[in-house]
Design a protein. Structure first.
Length: 334
């Protein structure tokens, strides 16, 4: 075979091997086999010396063109193989669902409200709701709270305007009035909700917090029912070692009025004997009059307690402000 006739087949053989190289090492081997000191293409170059003067220029040109083509192919294939080496070994299946998607969870206050409501549902209570923006009638007057009562002072209550005196409810007791005005007894409800007071924020106070109100109205309801109910719910919530104590107190909408203290291992751990947890009492006859119930026929009791305080106890939380800061490191723990 003439010299010139050997160039093309050899070039094609080299191109085919470069293309077939599966990785960079194989490509390097193929390069050495053709273009290395002892390579086949180099051997062809060495034969140039034996050519005649007339043959040399054309052969040189052809060989240079072929060599440039081989170098270009080498660079291209090297680029492909480098990219392949940088990709992950196992193929990625983009149709696989995420294995541990963080779904988020309920806020500890929401969890506490849900637990309390669940306990009351077990004994036949339904959930009621009412507005956070209230008026003086539902928040105070109908609850028998006189106009000169300190709770009505603008030092303690957020008033929204001076004319019709809308306000941010200071307790969920306002919803008692709304429910009783809209339906007849028997009534057995709990009312979870947000309330507002002009407190400065410190470790145990915040200008907004949450309460759960309860109201039970029927014929022949007694204070014994109240005690039994409160005891059942707190044992469900805080464990069977929970003890309840009732102390006389004053609320304008109940008579008699009581404060509920409770005790369990958690309270003792805090170095306390009893912790005040709720207010309650038998619904005042005047309140029944105000909503149009006959106090000679109906009797009932009501209570209200703070959700934050219970959530703090259950979670060993010592600063109420943590609930409102939305720090995920805090929230993730519950
Ligand atoms: N409203 C009271 C408070 O915010 C709690 C309370 C006491 C609610 C006695 C009641 C009740 O329904 O009967 O401190």
């Amino acid at each position: 075979m003439s010299f010139l006739d050997q160039i093309e087949p050899l070039k094609h053989a080299a191109l085919a091997e470069f293309s077939a190289a599966a990785d960079l090492a194989a490509l390097e081997q193929a390069k050495v086999a053709f273009l290395g000191g002892n390579g086949k293409f180099t051997a062809l170059l060495k034969q140039m010396g034996s050519l005649s003067k007339e043959e040399k220029p054309a052969a040189g040109k052809l060989i240079n063109v072929a060599k440039a083509e081989l170098e270009a192919k080498l660079a291209e294939r090297r680029g492909e193989l480098e990219l392949k080496a940088a990709l992950p070994k196992d193929p990625t299946d983009f149709t696989l669902p995420g294995r541990r998607r963080p779904l988020g969870k309920l806020h500890p206050l929401t969890q506490t409200v849900e637990d309390i409501v669940r306990a009351f549902r077990k004994i036949g209570f339904a959930v009621a709701d009412g507005p956070e923006i209230e008026d003086e009638y539902h928040c105070f007057d109908a609850l028998n709270t006189p106009a000169d009562h300190p709770a009505r002072d603008s030092q303690d209550t957020f008033y929204l305007a001076t004319d019709k005196r809308p306000l941010l409810r200071t307790h969920t007791s306002s919803v008692q009035i709304r429910v009783m005005k809209s339906q007849q007894p028997p009534i057995r409800i709990v009312i979870p909700g947000r309330v507002f007071r002009r407190d400065n924020a410190d470790a145990t106070h915040n200008p907004t917090f949450h309460q759960i109100e309860g109201l039970y109205v029927d014929k022949g309801v007694t204070i014994g029912d109240l005690k039994g109910t409160v005891e059942f719910v707190f044992k469900e919530l805080m464990g069977s070692d929970t003890k309840i104590r009732f102390r006389p107190h004053y609320f304008s909408y109940t008579e008699p009025s009581l404060e509920i203290d409770f005790q369990n291992a958690l309270v003792k751990k805090m170095g306390k004997e009893w912790l005040e947890i709720a207010g309650c009492g038998m619904v005042h006859p005047q309140v029944f009059e105000n909503v149009g119930y006959d106090p000679e026929v109906w009797s009932g009791w009501a209570f209200g307690f703070g959700v934050e305080r219970i959530a703090m106890l259950r979670g060993g939380i010592n600063d109420i402000r943590l609930f409102y800061e939305n720090d995920a490191r805090f929230l993730r723990q519950f």
